[in-house]
Each structure stands twice: as structure tokens, then as C-alpha cells.
Ligand binder design. Sequence first.
Ligand code: ZN
Length: 344
Amino acid sequence: MTKRHLLGHLLGIVPFGTVRAMRLLHRGRHLTILTYHRVMDRPDYFPFDEDLISASTRQFRSHLDFVTKHFDVINFRMLDEYMEKNGTLPPRALIITFDDGYRDNHEVAWPILKEYGVTATMFVTAGFIGRRRMFWWDRIAYIVKTSPKRDARADIPGAAPVDLGAFPDRQSAARHLIRTVKNLPDGEKEDFIGRFAGIMGVSLNEDEHTLTMSWDQVRELIAGGIEIGGHSVNHPIFSNTGEERLRDEVSGAKRIIEEQTGAAVITFGSPGRGILTAEEKPIFERKLRSVIAESGYKFCTMYRWGLGYEKGFEPYGVPRISIESHDTDRLFKIKLAYPELLTY
Ligand SMILES: [Zn+2]
């Protein structure tokens, strides 16, 4: 029996409400934060990165059924107000976050959030809003999925050559490339993608695809009670980025969003980073935290999995729980009930 099966059985014996009450009793107040990227029903033809779809509309509704029953859904702005007034975390708080700024956040997720009368925090990539640009992972998926070539080889600097014909499907091939490319310095990553498009015979006409929201959509979300947070300007791989560039990406996001919307931005959602060694990780996080503080944010989600406990609560190191479309409804509940026991 796997750990997940065991936890699933446990949840059948000890109901979620009891698990939460026991945690509150033993470890004190805590904040649960969920990470979504895209919410959508995948169309038959989908040339982009499928791994970015965190939930179908059915799954998202089922998540909200559960979440609204057991939690008070807030955003970071409301958290800030509560903490200023009471000096503690709210007792039953959960924050739903969305990364990147995909168009479906406005067109698909928001109408469902409204059905349930709940807010969210959406972290948008400022340089992609209102522009026809494709994120680097979508560019790789697009090249792999639309290429007329079946068996090309990808030569990623510093890695073993990748034989694209060896994967069961193109999404798996794209996933492997995305994971490998993530560890390249940012400039090398961009060079590779350009070269790879040429080898695969794909022209990346980014103007043909509107994947991210417009500023009008972002403004509408704000008027409707959604909090907008920063998620960098260009979404480079954060740990492969020099300090100067990091500063521009973090403070630039806040400046651009505030200029475009007139709303104060107090939260930063850290974009993905490459693989770091045990020594590199604290150095990188320290550097990032100081850039976040200098830029004037009050909260920052960090590369951590789990719950944010009041004891030792770090506003610049808020952990989250990542939601994936391959999670069953039962696994979703397990993730929320026992996040510390799941380690991916
Ligand atoms: Zn992101």
C-alpha cells in the first residue's frame, strides 16, 4: 500500500475537519495556500505545455466545493489587513493563487470563483500582459508538438543529447526538454530554443497566439475583488539570473502593474528556479528576500511546500501546495489534510 493510499484511508476514518482542528490545537494557526497555473478543459488540439493546466473546470469546482466548506478564502491583501489589526494569522484562512497571468485565469477561473463568491491572488508576469508572447516552456512544447520532424535530436549544452523519437508522446518529450533546459543560464536557454526551432523546422510566430491576459482583463479582476501580485517582468529562471537582473525583474513587476492598474501591489509570487545544491539554496533565497524587501513587497511566496504556521511565520518565505490536473479529488483532499507527508 502506498503512502497516498494509507493517507486516503486515514482520511476516511478521521474526517478533514478533525485533522484541521487537531493541527490547530497542536501546532497553532496556519495558512494554506494553493498554487494553480491554468484552469481549463484541454481542447483536442493543444500545442502548448499541458503540465501548466492545474485543473479542469470540473476539478476546479470540486476543489472549491471542498475549500469553501472548510476554509475562509482570502487573499494576501486581506491577510495583511487582518494581521495589522489582530497581530495573528486568521484562524481558517486559505489563499488560492494563480501563477503567470494566463488568459484562462480571467476567462475560465474567475467566473467559477465568482460562482462560489471567493477571491484569489493572481501573480501576473508584467511583461507578458497585453502582449503576444509565449513563455519559454510553451515555446519548447510548441516546437516539439508542431514540428513535422519525428526523430530529431536535441543537443542541450551540458546535457546528454535527447532523442525525441524515444518518448511515448510529444508532451513527454517536451516535459523532458523543459526540465533539462531549466538548468541553463538564461541567455543559453534562449539561444537553445532559437536553435531548436530551426532544427525542428518550426517558425515561432508568437504574434499568432494570445496566451496571457490583457491589461483591461487585469483591471477588471481588480475591480472584481481579485488581488494582483507580481511574478517578474519576463519570467527568467530566477536562480540563473544575475543580481541586477533579479532586481529589475522584481521591482519592475511592481512598478509596471501599479502604473497600469493604479492598485498597490504588495505580494510577489516567485517564478520557477533551477536546481540548486544545499549550499546554493540559502544563498539564493537570501539574495531574493533582500531584493523583495527593497522593492517594497509585504509578502512573497517562496520555493517551499507545505503550510505557513504562525509560529515562525515568514512573510517572505510563504510555502504553498501545488495543484496538478492529474491529482484525483481524493489526492486533492490528502494534499490539504497532510501536506507535510507528501514531498513533491
Ligand atoms: Zn511562473
